[in-house]
Design a protein. Structure first.
Length: 302
């Protein structure tokens, strides 16, 4: 048999026309125009030309087989197809930037995010299997997961009432994820103190320590739980001050995200956090555990 005959056949899915070479730029034009709804503003923000942006949108619409915008008196509006396509396009662009900078990779099939600033600040996050909760994990996280299951995600359910003091709750908004509730016994409160923790209510994630980069890295796991209406466990290693304007302090914790519902049935993202007793992030050692303040822990009687 010749070398040519030994070559495996190309899968049918790969025989189709490849994605356009300028797909990323086309998506940037779409997302920017969707944000501004003004061609001149989009062109200025992209440092592009009107002809290029129009061509990108036309190419996307032809490839997707549906119009993304309607235009009336030179005013742009998203169509139903445009509204449906926009969230994923934003996520792809955000993740693409992180991937290009080497900040996002998969380890053992789980998404890992890493970011380090020139000043030494870092943020490492890796998804973990849910079984880690039961295998010698946090008693508080175990109890929260059980309560979430019994409550069917209803925040006001009696089954979840005892765990409300240990969690944070977020609501999606046009400005990003907004913190709407901070439990007085939560790890976040133990870290910041009750007065400072409560000041986070109503604050978008992008205004938390870490800024927009922090928001971009949190956005994907938050969106995944929102889309699946399920649960997700991540481990995070970072440095965060314990007071406004203070020096960053090493911090390692496990975060359980759960899909919940407010009384009006709108989506609520529930987050329960407890300090790590071991580090399970590829490329990160356990020095953060040794350097963490001893009083940064959740007191949970069960």
């Amino acid at each position: 048999m010749s070398d040519i005959e030994r070559v495996a056949p190309v899968p049918q899915a790969l025989q189709k026309d490849p994605a356009p070479a300028l797909l990323f730029e086309m998506m940037r034009s779409f997302v920017t125009l969707a944000h501004t709804l003004n061609l001149s503003h989009a062109v200025a923000e992209l440092a592009s030309t009107r002809q290029t942006v129009r061509r990108h949108i036309q190419q996307l619409e032809e490839a997707m087989g549906a119009p993304l915008f309607t235009i009336e008196n030179r005013r742009y509006s998203l169509t139903k197809a445009g509204v449906e396509a926009l969230p994923e396009a934003r996520d792809i662009i955000d993740r693409g930037k992180l991937w290009l900078d080497g900040k996002t990779r998969h380890a053992d099939g789980m998404l890992r995010l890493s970011h380090e600033e020139p000043n030494g600040w870092c943020f490492h996050q890796q998804q973990q299997p849910l079984s880690l909760i039961w295998d010698g994990g946090s008693a508080m996280l175990q109890a929260v997961l059980q309560a979430w299951s019994l409550s069917r995600g209803e925040l006001e359910s009696e089954a979840f009432r005892a765990m409300r003091p240990y969690v944070l709750v977020y609501r999606d908004s046009p400005n990003g994820w907004i913190c709407t509730e901070v439990g007085e016994k939560s790890f976040y409160t133990q870290w910041w103190g009750w007065t400072n923790a409560r000041s986070s209510i109503g604050r978008p994630i992008k205004l938390f320590p870490g800024g927009p980069e922090f928001e971009n890295m949190l956005n994907y796991p938050f969106r995944e739980v929102e889309a699946t209406c399920g649960v997700r466990l991540d481990e995070v290693v970072t440095e965060i001050p314990r007071e406004e304007g203070g020096a960053p302090v090493p911090l390692a914790y496990k975060r359980l995200l759960m899909a919940g519902r407010y009384p009006d049935k709108s989506f609520a993202l529930i987050a329960a956090v407890d300090r790590s007793t071991s580090v399970n992030i590829v490329g990160v050692d356990d020095s953060f555990l040794r350097e963490m303040p001893l009083d940064a822990k959740v007191t949970f009687a069960g």
